[in-house]
Design a protein around this ligand. Structure first.
Ligand SMILES: Nc1ncnc2c1ncn2[C@@H]1O[C@H](COP(=O)(O)OP(=O)(O)O)[C@@H](O)[C@H]1O
Ligand SMILES: [Mg+2]
Length: 304
């Protein structure tokens, strides 16, 4: 039996791209594995949209190259297996359903299937009663319509440039659920975002770009867990308990007879022992999670 190696959904190999004298990307290497959601983070101007445009073949790299669903960037035959949401979707005059129908026809979808998928997506994305001219839709509606266009052909790989930037909270929730469902069906998803709480909630891995350079990438969970700090709640001691006076700088809140401390992991033991010795009760000890927002700021600052 012939065995085929499963290639990554998207691969960038040492890609550099300049616009005149400006280096937009500097030797970027990154892979989006099959069936994962990879969140592509970075401040404005980091090079995220440029990276996406290179993958889709809209731009040519100055150096390096890559593959999309196993084919070289820009391969036209793979286009129908990809769903793409641009950062600023734009539309012709016409209804939401005609915009989705156009995207389906461009991907050679059969009409019965197109009608079915279109109905389902427009309902799901709350666009059924949208007006007649997509050019006049609000930015949030246009973004939802762009997402419907990206999903209509049931793509293997979804590439979304800032998919939730214009959405209200219910819209964000809906898109998050759509992306999770798409991943659970086995699709691969590469999306750029500034909305870090979104990224935290749905990504399997993240890649962080700053001024054209990939600063960090890897599974999300370890980035968030390893803060080296513990959150400790102690009950049953008065707020001026002498035994814990030395730890006051770490105390962050008080309510009733509960005290919350955030301490470096290395001193958790002595704090707990002193609290016990003074008659206090240990309520909880939890490793403090970092937020992606804190990491984002730390990573950008450390490079400047
Ligand atoms: N077509 C272009 N011509 C000249 N400069 C560009 C062009 N596209 C992007 N850039 C520049 O490349 C950098 C990266 O832009 P972009 O990829 O849009 O970043 P991001 O999507 O992360 O905000 C920016 O400094 C931007 O001004
Ligand atoms: Mg961009």
């Amino acid at each position: 039996m012939r065995q085929c190696a499963v290639t990554a959904a998207l691969e960038f190999h040492s890609i550099s791209k300049r616009f005149g004298a400006h280096a937009a990307l500097d030797c970027l290497s990154l892979a989006v594995e099959r069936g994962e959601i990879l969140g592509f983070l970075g401040p404005n101007g980091a090079g995220k949209t440029t990276t996406i445009h290179l993958a889709l073949g809209f731009l040519k790299p100055g150096a390096g190259g890559g593959t999309i669903l196993g084919k070289p960037f820009g391969d036209t035959a793979t286009r129908s297996r990809i769903g793409f949401l641009p950062d600023t979707p734009s539309f012709f005059a016409g209804s939401a359903s005609s915009a989705v129908a156009l995207a389906g026809r461009l991907n050679n979808m059969q009409s019965w299937l197109l009608r079915e998928r279109s109905r389902e997506l427009l309902a799901r994305l709350n666009l059924t009663s949208a007006g007649k001219d997509a050019r006049r839709f609000s930015r949030g509606m246009q973004q939802r319509l762009g997402i419907a266009q990206a999903l209509v052909n049931d793509p293997e790989l979804l590439i979304l440039d800032e998919p939730t930037s214009a959405l209200d909270p219910p819209g964000v929730l809906e898109v998050r659920e759509l992306l999770r469902a798409a991943r659970d069906e086995g699709k691969s998803i590469f999306f750029s975002s500034h909305q870090l709480s979104e990224v935290e909630q749905i990504c399997d891995r993240i890649a962080f770009l700053d001024r054209g350079r990939l600063l960090r990438h890897g599974p999300l969970a370890p980035f968030l867990e390893d803060s080296g700090k513990m959150e400790i709640v102690i009950d049953g001691l008065s707020s001026d308990a002498e035994a814990l006076a030395a730890y006051r700088p770490y105390r962050t809140s008080l309510s009733g007879n509960s005290m919350l401390f955030i301490v470096p992991a290395r001193i958790q033991r002595e704090l707990i022992e002193k609290a016990w010795a003074a008659g206090g009760t240990l309520k909880s000890v939890t490793p403090l999670r970092r937020t992606l927002e804190e990491l984002f700021i730390k990573w950008t600052e450390s490079e400047h």
